[in-house]
Design a protein around this ligand. Structure first.
Ligand SMILES: Cc1cc2nc3c(=O)[nH]c(=O)nc-3n(C[C@H](O)[C@H](O)[C@H](O)COP(=O)(O)OP(=O)(O)OC[C@H]3O[C@@H](n4cnc5c(N)ncnc54)[C@H](O)[C@@H]3O)c2cc1C
Length: 468
């Protein structure tokens, strides 16, 4: 595909304009809604027309809207919903690669690829993200310490840039490194070719153990994480005193065929992709339901129900990687005010900063039931990619929690002071003056954008807020 595949008639006449409607857009945290023209291209040509027709307020690509903050919104401008461009074009079932549109979800890829013995190379905590969103945020999974983040497995991209051309972008080039983690600000990704992970079954073999406090948890992760492809710890941030940072550690790998019981249903169809779905969360959850008492109770039960130590349990992929996907619209449980997700990383050797932050959250009794800690491996080449080798903690908190803004500002300072950074795909409130110290390649990113997109066609609420 190239720019000249865009029909000449589209350029002047506006023919083949994509569907578009004004509407309100938020991130998954449902805070800071803004109005935008929602444009829904169905072809690459319509995407090119949409970019050409972005008005003075510019445009930004959007996938499935799972970024928590304002990365895929653009107040007063255009938001290009890319989910109608969702074709899987070609699978190399021998070599383990797939070429697909950027609007394809990881859920869809799993449906198509698992029966062929292949899995996506990196999956976040939800499979309802698009390939475009996965590259845009350069997402990481429970396997970052082994496999790095998503863009490491991208062989090439087709990127529609501000001048209307479609460029083939390959790893090792400045444009690739600016696009991986570039939050949609270098252009609209139209297609991607990905390298896949071979699997013998669609089940996971999972080891679970409890850690009595944060130091115990970090010691376990440091000593044995290298033995597992996937690893993550759920932390009870409401536990105090000697139990501060107690956790349930879950680690595993794809189960080999011979781990499945003979003559079982799973053995008969080892690559079947099975998911379960519970009723959707109601829209009218009273604000304040997720207070300290409810969350404290939940955390207590969650910790106690986890086995102290179990080995080789078989779990579905959906249970191991995406437990929340079983409850559609679970983000409504935080009520109308929405919630903030805060994720930061501090490098190896800066454990004291992590300890201080966990103690602080626990002392403030932050009602978070979705707090997870994991270790990152090598940093990724993307200029704004989030991971650096070290410790990353992610937590959800109701946006209306009194004093939350001041608390998170203090944590930002602590993180920045320890040479760490916060994750832009989760962010909705970081102060712009801290960004440059967190992302040292920010100036390169800005310079490349200024050259590639001098009129500032691609812009989002996140980009305006942080002057990206
Ligand atoms: C329950 C849950 C768990 C999560 N767990 C993790 C996790 O473990 N690890 C992790 O890294 N993230 C995680 N996330 C965050 C999520 O993976 C990222 O925010 C991802 O970018 C969302 O993809 P999306 O398709 O929904 O994109 P959107 O949220 O719609 O957009 C995200 C960014 O990608 C850009 N983008 C989208 N499509 C394109 C395109 N075609 N071309 C160019 N840019 C594009 C947008 O402009 C925006 O900047 C989680 C989110 C949720 C809700």
């Amino acid at each position: 595909m190239s720019a000249d595949t865009v029909p000449e008639t589209d350029r002047g006449t506006g023919a083949h304009r994509p569907d578009a409607d004004w509407g309100t857009v938020t991130g998954w945290g449902r805070t800071a809604p803004t109005g935008a023209l929602l444009v829904r291209p169905r072809t690459y040509e319509e995407a090119a027309v949409a970019v050409r027709d972005c008005g003075a307020r510019g445009g930004i690509a959007r996938g499935l809207g799972r970024a928590y903050g304002d990365a895929a919104q653009n107040a007063g401008g255009a938001v290009l919903d890319m989910t109608a461009l969702d074709r899987v074009h070609a699978i190399d079932a021998d070599g383990g690669t797939v070429l697909c549109d950027a609007g394809v979800s990881l859920h869809r890829l799993m449906e198509v690829l698992l029966p062929l013995g292949w899995f996506v190379p990196v999956t976040p905590g939800t499979r309802y993200v698009t390939v475009g969103g996965a590259v845009g945020a350069d997402i990481h999974g429970k396997n970052h310490h082994v496999s790095g983040s998503f863009a490491r497995h991208v062989l090439s991209l087709e990127l529609l840039t501000a001048d209307g051309t479609v460029r083939t972008v390959v790893p090792g080039t400045p444009l690739f490194d600016a696009t991986a983690g570039g939050m949609g600000l270098t252009g609209v990704i139209l297609t991607a070719t990905l390298r896949l992970q071979p699997v013998e079954t669609s089940l996971m073999s999972v080891d679970t153990e409890r850690a009595t406090d944060l130091d115990d948890l970090m010691a376990r992760l440091t000593a044995t994480d290298h033995r597992y492809r996937y690893s993550v710890a759920w932390i009870d941030l409401l536990a105090r005193g000697r139990a501060t940072g107690r956790a349930v550690l879950t680690r595993g790998d794809h189960a080999p065929l011979d781990a499945l019981p003979a003559r079982s249903r799973a053995r008969r169809a080892p690559l079947a992709f099975r998911t379960s779905r519970l009723p959707a969360a109601p829209d009218l959850v009273p604000d304040g339901l997720l207070g300290r008492t409810t969350v404290g109770l939940f955390n207590e039960v969650w910790y106690r129900k986890a086995p102290r130590f179990s080995r080789g349990r078989l779990q579905r992929i959906s249970t191991f990687f995406h437990p929340l996907d079983g409850v559609p619209h679970w983000n409504r449980v935080y009520g109308r005010g929405g919630f903030v997700q805060y994720q930061f990383v501090v490098g190896t050797g800066r454990e004291e900063a992590l300890r201080r932050i966990v103690r602080r959250l626990s002392a403030r009794r932050c009602p978070s039931f979705l707090a997870v800690l994991k270790r990152f491996g090598e940093a990724d080449p993307g200029w704004l990619s989030f991971p650096v080798p070290g410790w990353t903690l992610a937590l959800d908190v109701p946006a209306g929690l009194p004093g939350l803004g001041a608390l998170l500002d203090e944590l930002d300072e602590e993180v920045a002071g320890a040479g760490g950074r916060v994750y832009l795909a989760k962010d909705s409130r970081l102060r712009p003056d801290l960004l440059a110290s967190m992302y040292p390649r920010l100036d390169d990113f800005r310079a490349l954008r200024a050259e590639l997109d001098p009129r500032g066609v691609f812009v989002s609420d996140l980009a305006r807020r942080l002057a990206l």
